[in-house]
Design a protein around this ligand. Structure first.
Ligand code: URA
Length: 174
């Protein structure tokens, strides 16, 4: 896909498009592609992806149930995406989220939660304890970023629990 207008990372690498079924009732939103994602031109194919796919399976979901995109489509330089990059990439994210009437948007980590709600005060640790957020994109379920679970394996059940919650909303009660 093309770089967004005003993308601060365009000199550092390509923009990585989403993966999965655009019409899926469940969309997962990550933070930004890493080195592996750039190499394979696909979100969540690196170490965080390994954590995510295991949790997805454990929650009773399948790759075919999902559409997956990122808050920022380019690999951030030097490390985490800056607020300006998220802003520059917002139109592209909105297009991904609006591709079909979503039932559930799973925000993987605080960057994604802020990008999909527009609320820069939110954090997933607190937000995941409350009810989902009603947004124009559907119900937003906040959860931990898989890279965090990679560092803190004891938090793995929380990610699985939240994905299961998303599945229940989208595939059963939805
Ligand atoms: N890979 C992605 O595509 N996004 C992330 O947020 C992390 C890894």
């Amino acid at each position: 896909i093309d770089h967004c207008p005003g993308c601060p990372y365009r000199e550092f690498g390509p923009a990585i498009g989403p993966r999965g079924d655009r019409k899926s009732p469940i969309v997962l939103v990550g933070e930004a592609p890493g080195a592996k994602e750039v190499k394979k031109k696909k979100p969540f194919v690196g170490p965080a992806g390994d954590v995510l796919w295991k949790a997805v399976a454990e929650a009773g979901l399948h790759e075919a149930d999902l559409f997956i995109t990122n808050s920022v489509a380019c690999r951030p330089h030097p490390a985490r995406p800056r607020v300006g990059a998220i802003r520059a990439c917002q139109g592209r994210l909105a297009k991904d989220l609006g591709a079909s009437p979503r039932l559930v948007v799973v925000a993987l980590g605080t960057t994604a939660l802020r990008a999909v709600t527009g609320d820069s005060q939110l954090g997933v640790t607190e937000a995941r304890r409350g009810p989902p957020f009603l947004t124009r994109w559907g119900l937003v379920v906040p959860t931990l970023h898989p890279a965090r679970v990679l560092r803190r394996p004891s938090e793995r059940p929380l990610l699985v629990e939240d994905l299961r919650r998303a599945r229940d909303i989208a595939l059963h009660r939805g």
